[in-house]
Design a protein around this ligand. Structure first.
Ligand code: SF4
Ligand code: SF4
Ligand code: SF4
Length: 148
């Protein structure tokens, strides 16, 4: 399922209500909303992170949004592509994370193991900053049911 803007109704209700007018896409000050499959708005984290400003929901006149802008269950995951795990200094993701949710734990051989703390808001700011494209934004398994 594509990632809808924050506050979107559950997928079936969203795609029924959304008229694909692009109002939310134009309203996003971060310019991270794109026309996804079928023309429905999707978040593209390779373009930047969400500030949960709610401008997308406020611009929508169709009732496709119903929840507070913060109501999403997404969290970041750092995969094995992270260069710190290979002993290469990087950490470009760490400081820009406003939630201060990215940690690096020393590992043998001058390497570091990255970890995302529960403080992560799933904003996605870190995704585009990673030169190794090692970060993904997902719904944690335990939260996929009833996520909306
Ligand atoms: S909440 Fe704001 S930053 Fe996030 S997708 Fe909507 S308009 Fe864009
Ligand atoms: S930006 Fe990417 S490669 Fe660099 S430390 Fe963060 S996760 Fe690792
Ligand atoms: S998704 Fe946002 S809050 Fe989570 S680690 Fe990345 S920058 Fe930090």
């Amino acid at each position: 399922v594509p990632q809808r803007p924050p506050g979107a109704r559950a997928e079936a209700d969203f795609t029924e209500a959304c008229t694909r007018c692009d109002d939310c896409i134009r309203a996003c000050p971060q310019a991270i909303l794109v026309r996804g499959r079928g023309g429905f708005p999707s978040v593209d984290f390779t373009l930047g992170g969400c500030t949960f400003c709610g401008a997308c929901a406020a611009a929508c006149t169709t009732g496709a949004f119903a929840l507070p802008a913060t109501a999403w269950q997404l969290r970041a995951t750092i995969g094995p592509g992270c260069v710190e795990t290979k002993g290469v200094a990087c950490r470009l993701c760490q400081d820009p994370c406003e939630a201060n949710a990215i940690r690096f734990r020393p590992a043998p051989g001058g390497r570091y193991e990255p970890a995302i703390t529960p403080a992560c808001t799933g904003c996605g700011t870190c995704v585009a900053l990673c030169p190794a494209a090692a970060i993904t934004i997902n719904t944690p398994c335990s939260q996929t049911e009833h996520a909306a």
